[in-house]
Design a protein around this ligand. Structure first.
Ligand code: GCU
Length: 331
């Protein structure tokens, strides 16, 4: 089905390229991602699209395929590599398999607070330190979107300290660092793509998962997971990536429109995100019966210390780690 859709998308792109001269003046770009259309990140991507089309006076057109219609994050990254789609928005965790530098974002407790995370992630020198590392893979980073603070949630098990993670089959993103994190906490990591989590929780393949609050409502996990724990173990950003050739083929003016529209949508995303998280907590409590709990966060922080040290010495992450810490000090 996905391949069929992709074929149709490719044919449409070719037809668009061959049609009349008016069409030849416009460039149609495709973006695929895995969130539903009511999710704040999707809405920020629509904001990006609208700004881009408005700035370019319709010359650059963006078509968005949401809901994982084109495949899992890994599959759509691969489509971005081959220019079957020009953009995708994925979790930084999904990029770890393409550039090890991105694994730093899955390092538990990397950032001190959400406020400093947002400021640091908007700095051009920090973005550059990651966004250019995938040039040889055929794509580059364009901007980031706040994807909140990740916390544990379970179907029915209670968690107070990390000792309660023992034997807990926990879904993690398909990344080495995410697996190491749950290992370090004493749980049993089960990597799988995001689209499979709901059914895996429902059928008991997993007992737990970890994500921001919108996963409970926008992705409906609160229907099957009734306890949410503020472990606050990671802030893994979402990254908008673009095929390198498609980017190089844009004129300087078009590149500027892309960058400006992306940057502006990153800023507008922050308010959208905060609003939706508040709404998600309220809805999860009142309509889904999800209970929210505080935990002994220090037990989680202590358990991941040996893992954190790896990032400070690994040549693929050391420089970026130091840059982030330095930026934090200057905040
Ligand atoms: C976040 C992120 C998604 C990702 C998901 C996951 O929701 O925004 O891009 O797929 O986490 O846990 O896989």
């Amino acid at each position: 089905m996905k391949r069929f859709l992709l074929l149709i998308v490719s044919v449409l792109i070719i037809l668009a390229g061959c049609s009349n001269s008016k069409a030849a003046e416009t460039k149609e770009l495709i973006l695929g991602h895995n969130q539903p259309t009511n999710h704040p990140v999707h809405q920020s991507l629509v904001d990006f699209k609208e700004r881009l089309e408005q700035k370019s006076n319709g010359k650059l057109q963006l078509k968005i395929y949401a809901n994982g219609q084109l495949g899992s994050e890994r599959e759509v990254i691969e489509m971005t590599q081959t220019n079957a789609v020009q953009f995708t928005k994925v979790s930084a965790s999904a990029l770890e398999g393409f550039s090890e530098s991105y694994s730093l974002f899955s390092m538990p407790y990397l950032f001190q607070s959400q406020a400093s995370y947002r400021e640091i992630m908007k700095k051009p020198e920090i973005q550059d330190a990651f966004f250019k590392t995938t040039t040889d893979n055929g794509f580059i980073g364009i901007t980031y979107y706040d994807a909140g603070v990740r916390n544990m949630y379970t179907k029915d098990r209670m968690i107070e300290t990390n000792a309660d993670m023992k034997g807990l089959k926990t879904r993690v993103q398909p990344s080495k660092t995410s697996v190491q994190m749950i290992d370090a906490l004493g749980g049993t990591p089960t990597p799988m793509s995001f689209g499979e989590v709901y059914t895996a929780l429902q059928s008991g393949i997993i007992d737990a998962a970890e994500n921001n609050e919108t996963a409970l409502t926008d992705n409906k996990h609160g229907e099957v997971a009734k306890h949410y724990f503020y472990t606050e173990h990671a802030m893994v950003p979402d990254i908008l990536i673009m095929n390198k050739d498609a980017y190089d083929q844009l004129t300087d003016q078009e590149k500027q429109w892309v960058k400006e529209a992306a940057k502006e949508s990153t800023v507008s995303h922050e308010t959208r995100w905060d609003k939706q998280v508040k709404k998600a907590i309220k809805t999860a409590k009142s309509d889904m019966g999800v209970e929210f709990h505080e935990v002994d966060k220090s037990s989680f922080m202590n358990a991941v210390k040996p893992l954190q040290e790896q990032f400070q010495t690994n040549p693929a992450t050391r420089q970026q780690y130091e840059q982030i810490k330095e930026a934090e000090e200057n905040e």
